[in-house]
Design a protein. Structure first.
Length: 249
């Protein structure tokens, strides 16, 4: 049985995120490499957001290492379950199953845009930690991320019920001040990665969480302050490959 997701979204959130994503699309920020719906190895599937989908470099490096291609459904702007304008990660998963339900391995990320996009607009959940808050993340942001934890566990459990053997869940690194001022999200990213790691651990599926925070530096992030440069994509691929490689054998 499929799970009903927690009602973490509100009318305010829908309005804020919709307007913001529309603005980004109009400015040309939201772009994705094409999906790969038929690959050399269709049993390995990528889901997620623009960390994977904007340049496609992470998966490109993994293809080079493996000597074969994998399916890709990640989309820039994707949220975990929201899917206001971009297909949510859950929707991506359903599309992948519709194309070919024989899925053994999923490598993915999810949950970053759910926190990032509202914070970049009006920050309705108070996920930015201002200097006068002395590094204390607000209770409203924690509650919001706790709801994302529930959604992530439900998604991972559905994957297990559908016969997925392994999930590699990539967490999020620290954003930086650049085109957007995002340095105040460190505490939210810390709490988010902790809860996503717990979702990975507490779900039924065999799930490995990859924490990139100590690996990705400001120099590995492009001028928008969010997405990985080629150096960052290579580092992320190199974190994932030692986990993925044995599963391919």
């Amino acid at each position: 049985m499929k799970h009903h997701f927690s009602k973490s979204g509100t009318i305010v959130r829908i309005f804020v995120v919709s307007v913001f994503i529309l603005t980004m699309i109009g400015c040309g920020f939201v772009a994705s490499v094409p999906w790969i719906r038929n690959a050399d190895n269709n049993q390995v599937v990528n889901l997620g957001d623009s960390i994977f989908a904007l340049s496609g470099e992470i998966q490109g490096f993994l293809h080079d290492y493996a000597g074969e291609t994998f399916r890709r459904y990640s989309v820039s702007g994707a949220e975990l379950t929201g899917g206001i304008l971009a297909p949510s990660v859950y929707s991506q998963y359903n599309t992948a199953r519709g194309d070919n339900p024989n899925i053994d391995i999923i490598f993915m990320d999810a949950g970053g845009n759910d926190i990032l996009l509202p914070a970049m607009a009006f920050d309705p959940y108070d996920c930015k930690t201002q200097w006068y808050e002395w590094g204390r993340l607000s209770s409203s942001c924690k509650s919001f991320i706790d709801d994302l934890y529930v959604d992530a566990v439900n998604l991972l459990n559905d994957m297990y019920a559908d016969g997925v053997d392994h999930v590699i869940y990539q967490g999020y690194y620290y954003t930086k001040n650049a085109l957007f001022l995002l340095d105040d999200l460190e505490e939210a990213i810390d709490y988010g990665d902790m809860r996503l790691a717990q979702a990975c651990q507490n779900s039924a599926v065999d799930c490995t969480f990859i924490d990139p925070r100590s690996t990705i530096k400001d120099s590995d992030i492009i001028s928008d302050g969010i997405h990985p440069a080629t150096s960052g994509s290579l580092k992320l691929a190199n974190l994932m490959w030692p986990v993925l490689a044995p599963l391919l054998q």
